[in-house]
Design a protein around this ligand. Structure first.
Ligand SMILES: [Zn+2]
Length: 181
């Protein structure tokens, strides 16, 4: 398995997050910006949004970004949290969960599968064409956890490979660490 030929997944996430933070989020309807706080109910939230210049998780003051909690991108500030790039990445990739006022926010842990080969025509996530053609086609199942590809064997049908992948997804994927804020 050749890794490192392209941007690593973490770099990609980093780029995505920083772009989110700088470009799209500022234009996003949920971004309250200077107009935040028109609603008195959100006074606390306004302070939270505007005056927090620290990562809410690790207190870093560098590379701060807004992370959305509910994935609904609501126009309320308590749906957002300021996180540094590193904590944002961990949250977005599901490595950590955040517990805020008793509520746990958590992303599905992304266990990345390798990009599909052009000739694979694999119908399932984590299932790749291995070798052979026609009825002698073989399928490989693979899961990538924390950037480490784990081979799950070669199968005669994509369905068998899919089962291996799903089993691995259930058993091998680690549970995120929960941080209370
Ligand atoms: Zn942080």
């Amino acid at each position: 398995m050749k890794l490192g030929q392209k941007h690593s997944i973490e770099t990609k996430l980093k780029m995505r997050i920083s772009m989110k933070g700088i470009r799209s989020l500022a234009k996003h309807p949920a971004w309250l910006g200077e107009k935040a706080g028109y609603d008195a109910k959100h006074d606390w939230a306004r302070e939270h949004l505007q005056l927090t210049n620290q990562c809410q998780l690790c207190n870093s003051e560098e590379n701060l970004t807004w992370a959305n909690l509910s994935e609904k991108y609501q126009r309320i500030s308590k749906d957002w949290i300021k996180l540094c790039c590193s904590c944002h990445m961990k949250f977005d990739s599901g490595k950590i969960a955040l517990k805020i006022n008793g509520k746990v926010f958590q992303r599905e842990l992304s266990y990345f599968t390798r990009a599909k080969r052009k000739d694979s025509s694999s119908p399932y996530k984590g299932v790749f064409y291995k070798s052979g053609s026609g009825r002698r086609k073989r399928w490989m199942a693979q899961i990538v956890i924390n950037r480490k590809p784990i081979r799950l064997g070669v199968y005669f049908t994509p369905e068998e490979a899919k089962m291996a992948y799903e089993k691995a997804a259930k058993t091998l994927v680690p549970k995120p660490e929960v941080f209370e804020i």
